[in-house]
Design a protein around this ligand. Structure first.
Ligand SMILES: Cc1ncc(COP(=O)(O)O)c(C=O)c1O
Length: 415
């Protein structure tokens, strides 16, 4: 009886999600990829140009990554066998961490199964401290950008702080951040400011330089200082001349930087880079690191090859190509009269349509023309800001970009 009631509740919830047109479970299944320079996704046997992938440099198909993945599997097996502190720390994991630390000019790195898993544990460890009697928690204020990624929101939620210890500043509004810091002066022992580097819905960048200036003006009013926590999952490998993300673009380092290996690096997993004491503390306390498997050896091998490749002339060429493709796309699309939802110099290019019906029609029209994109609707963006999110890759050819613009024009002319 009680089970039937709860099953009904679940059915109702699914119906509610369906009515709100926010269902996510009817994903298109990709059966494979074409073997071309710009691999196209095969769906129902038909090829589709991929304009909704985070694989900004096209590295997931790179032969060097595949070879490294295979070699690491041969050497270490297909799975890690245990969590890191038991017997799951393999040389390939440490080599990867050292390479990531060096890439970002830091003491050390710690790899997690994903950036999501990293955010949830790392924020908890910094905000709350692992043990109830730990001095880490203390009287901390957490200030978060209003449009931060879900993994950041959940990390702060898990820490279960009282309301007075949480604040949100308006998206990218550093005057608002300044206002909050002014109001809270002296009331807290330490402050942690948490932000995405590149914001995933609009491709906008947080200006870390200006943010650090605001922080510096208030630093002396908090005994343990103000800490900058940046998650640059979309920026690293796709933004900044050498792919170091917002840190490079704004010449400013975060105190704690989160990255993912599952977007521009073309592999999988998440990581943190910071000073040694912070990484040591996380190895002792981060639950999703201690009690959950790390990435498989093959994935670590592929990621290591990717971090190394990014620092070669080939990496430079791919980054240049990515910028050229993005600029070419913007120019072609401006000619069609389309409006962008934000000015983005990142490969995320959001085209503003303003209502869910329009985004659904454009997505469908593009699909008919052999193109995959994502429609982003309320509540992920505010009402009236519904968009088609396009993601440019270095692996796109000129033909891909022209086909996109032509298909867009064809849809507009049918309306
Ligand atoms: C800012 C940000 N953080 C974290 C993640 C999650 O990354 P991962 O897939 O490695 O968990 C994403 C992915 O969308 C993201 O945009």
């Amino acid at each position: 009886m009680s089970k039937k009631h709860f099953v009904d509740v679940l059915h109702k919830e699914l119906a509610r999600i369906g009515q709100a047109k926010t269902s996510k479970r009817f994903e298109k299944v990709i059966e494979g990829f074409t073997k071309s320079h710009s691999p196209q996704a095969l769906i129902g046997g038909k090829p589709y140009r991929v304009f909704n992938s985070n694989d900004y440099l096209g590295l997931r198909f790179h032969p060097r990554l595949k070879t490294a993945e295979q070699a690491a599997s041969e050497e270490f097996g297909t799975g890690p066998g245990a969590v890191r502190f038991i017997s799951g720390t393999l040389k390939v994991h440490r080599d990867l961490e050292k390479a990531i630390a060096s890439f970002h000019g830091r003491d050390d790195a710690i790899v997690f199964s994903s950036a999501f898993a990293a955010n949830v544990s790392v924020l908890f460890c910094f905000i709350k401290g692992q043990a109830a009697d730990s001095a880490v928690g203390g009287n901390t204020l957490v200030i978060s950008d209003a449009l931060n990624h879900r993994s950041i929101i959940d990390g702060i939620r898990v820490a279960n702080l009282p309301k007075e210890q949480r604040a949100i500043f308006n998206h990218l509004d550093l005057n608002d951040l300044d206002r909050i810091l002014t109001e809270k002066r002296g009331a807290f022992q330490r402050v942690i400011i948490v932000t995405d580097g590149i914001f995933s819905m609009l491709g906008e960048a947080q200006d870390l330089k200006k943010m650090r200036q605001v922080m510096d003006a208030h630093e002396e009013h908090f005994a343990d200082g103000i800490w900058l926590y940046v998650d640059d999952a979309h920026g690293i490998g796709a933004f900044g001349k050498q792919g170091r993300g917002v840190e490079e673009a704004f010449h400013t380092k975060a105190d704690i930087l989160i990255g993912t290996l599952g977007k521009a690096f073309g592999a999988d997993g998440g990581y943190v880079v910071a000073d040694q004491v912070i990484i040591d503390y996380l190895r002792e306390s981060a639950a999703t690191y201690i009690y959950s498997n790390s990435i498989s050896p093959g994935t670590a091998g592929a990621a290591l090859a990717s971090v190394e490749l990014m620092q070669t002339s080939e990496g430079d060429k791919l980054l240049k190509r990515l910028t050229q493709n993005r600029e070419h796309f913007q120019k072609e699309m401006q000619k069609t009269g389309c409006v962008f939802a934000a000015h983005s110099t990142h490969p995320i290019q959001p085209i503003l349509l303003g209502d869910p019906g329009k985004t659904a029609a454009f997505k469908e029209g593009l699909f008919e023309g052999g193109i995959l994109v994502t429609n982003i609707n309320y509540p992920v963006v505010s009402k009236g800001r519904d968009e088609i999110r396009v993601q440019i890759s270095a692996s796109h050819t000129e033909e891909d970009l022209s086909v996109f613009a032509d298909q867009w024009k064809a849809i507009v002319s049918r309306k």
